[in-house]
Design a protein around this ligand. Structure first.
Ligand code: NAD
Length: 424
């Protein structure tokens, strides 16, 4: 079993024990309700056919239809998708949404495909899983290396197979194709809301604090932009090619401008600006984690802060915008150093909350302004944050444990009620 899945199972067991969850229910929560594993035959541009391995894991549906992203990554595995699907059950529960948890993945290095091959692969994924997804059954969304264009292809393929336009079967679509304003920035925006609430809770100022962000994709670049605008000092950023550090603060607007042209890591110029060579410097991806900052935001992949390197983290707050970036063993070390870790299921839940509002709009085919969507995400996350604060005080546990206990109580109550209904 992978470390990521082991960690997910461990935290569920611990939360079940502390919350007094019935062992029968815990046993059901430790295995997914359904696992779909299939091959996608894809017509390549040279006329050959290539097969790609794919999964959809449906973890739990006690609170509603399964909800969760689809990831394209060369290292994806069934263990990874299972852990991510389980995280979605806890995330949707904690946010008070009428959803269960699911996740999908294709084992592919999508950068090696051209646009036509990527479209064939995305449509093929939908054909492989069509019978088991749908607007009231399982609603996928984007994740690592998937984006609104891919969701548009998927929603279109689904609608063709269903014989009727069904935009609510996918979220994270482009606004032009029935997506929601504000959905693209929802995860980063939600991360900011949770951080703002935490700083207020800790009676710390909301501006001027220094930050390091690992990952500069959808989530990392959006949180960087928001925090930069709010007056935080973004000292370090990275993508899969490496990291940049500037003690006085990186000009995120400038990085965003050069990102498409040169990528954020330009060996000669830091981020496209010659004059930033000093004091701007390059770091390895791992070294970014040990930067001298107040807040560390992992926004790339799982298993980044581990037993081996947790001792070297200098930040006082870790905001988990990636899923599973801190292992359970690392958690114990960070706790010993009094570093507050705001867990993924709370910190990055702005994405699924944004998806929920997109789903509502798609079902009604009535669309809201960005300001309205962001205001609703803000309210929902404040409610979730306040809930975790009260559970934390009641059980005297860490942010992660309080979040899991709260999420588990809601899911296990729903499972208990369903069991009673069946036996009456
Ligand atoms: P993305 O594909 O848009 O971006 C991923 C970024 O991480 C890229 O910049 C990539 O270069 C970088 N990266 C990959 N490996 C890295 C490494 N080892 N070190 C530094 N950077 C690295 O993906 P995303 O949608 O931004 O997702 C990032 C994380 O956030 C994932 O864990 C995902 O599950 C989680 N998440 C995403 C959403 C969402 O709405 N997209 C919602 C909740 C959680």
């Amino acid at each position: 079993m992978s470390t990521f899945l082991q960690n997910t199972q461990k935290i569920i067991e611990e939360a079940a024990e502390i919350s007094g969850t019935n062992p029968g229910i815990l046993a059901k929560l430790q295995i997914p309700e359904h696992v779909w594993e299939f091959e996608i035959p894809v017509m390549m541009s040279d006329g050959s056919e290539k097969k790609f391995h794919a999964w959809r894991v449906q973890h739990n549906s006690a609170l509603g239809p399964y909800k969760g992203g689809i990831r394209y990554h060369q290292d994806s595995s069934l263990d990874e998708v299972s852990a991510l699907a389980s995280l979605m059950t806890w995330k949707t529960s904690l946010a008070g949404l009428p959803y269960g948890g699911g996740k999908g993945a294709v084992k592919v290095d999508s950068k090696t495909l051209n646009e036509m091959e990527l479209e064939n692969l995305s449509r093929g994924y939908v054909r492989g899983i069509f019978k088991y997804i749908g607007q009231k059954m399982d609603i996928p969304a984007p994740d690592v290396n998937t984006n609104p264009k891919i969701m548009d292809w998927m929603a279109d393929e689904y609608s063709k197979l269903a014989g009727v336009w069904t935009p609510a079967a996918f979220t994270g679509k482009s606004v032009e194709k029935g997506g929601s304003r504000g959905r693209e920035i929802a995860t980063g925006f939600g991360g900011y809301v949770v951080l703002r609430e935490l700083l207020a809770n800790n009676q710390l100022p909301v501006t001027g604090l220094s930050v390091a962000i690992q990952g500069f994709g959808n989530v990392g670049s959006n949180i960087a932009k928001i925090l930069f605008e709010k007056g935080f000092k973004i000292r370090a950023i990275s993508d899969s090619k490496g990291a940049l550090y500037e003690k006085n603060g990186i000009d995120v607007e400038m990085v965003l401008k050069v990102k498409e042209k040169t990528g954020i890591i330009d060996r000669k110029k830091c981020y496209g600006v010659e004059s930033h060579d000093e004091p701007c410097r390059h770091l390895t991806n791992e070294d970014l984690l040990f930067s001298d900052v107040d807040i560390l935001i992992p926004a790339a992949m799982e298993d980044q802060i581990t037993l081996e390197n947790a001792d070297r983290v200098k930040a006082k707050i870790i905001l988990e915008l990636a899923n599973g970036p801190v292992t359970r063993e690392a958690d114990a070390i960070l706790e010993k150093h009094k570093i507050e870790v705001i867990p993924d299921i709370l910190a990055n839940s702005g994405g699924v909350v944004g998806s929920y509002f997109e789903w509502m709009q798609s079902l009604e085919e009535k669309y809201w302004s960005e300001a309205r969507v962001l205001e609703k995400i803000d309210d929902k996350l404040c409610e979730a944050f306040d809930g975790v604060v009260s559970t934390k005080a009641e059980y005297q546990v860490s942010w992660r444990m309080a979040s899991y206990i709260r999420a588990m109580l809601r899911v296990s109550r729903a499972m208990d009620l369903a069991q009673k209904k069946r036996s009456s």
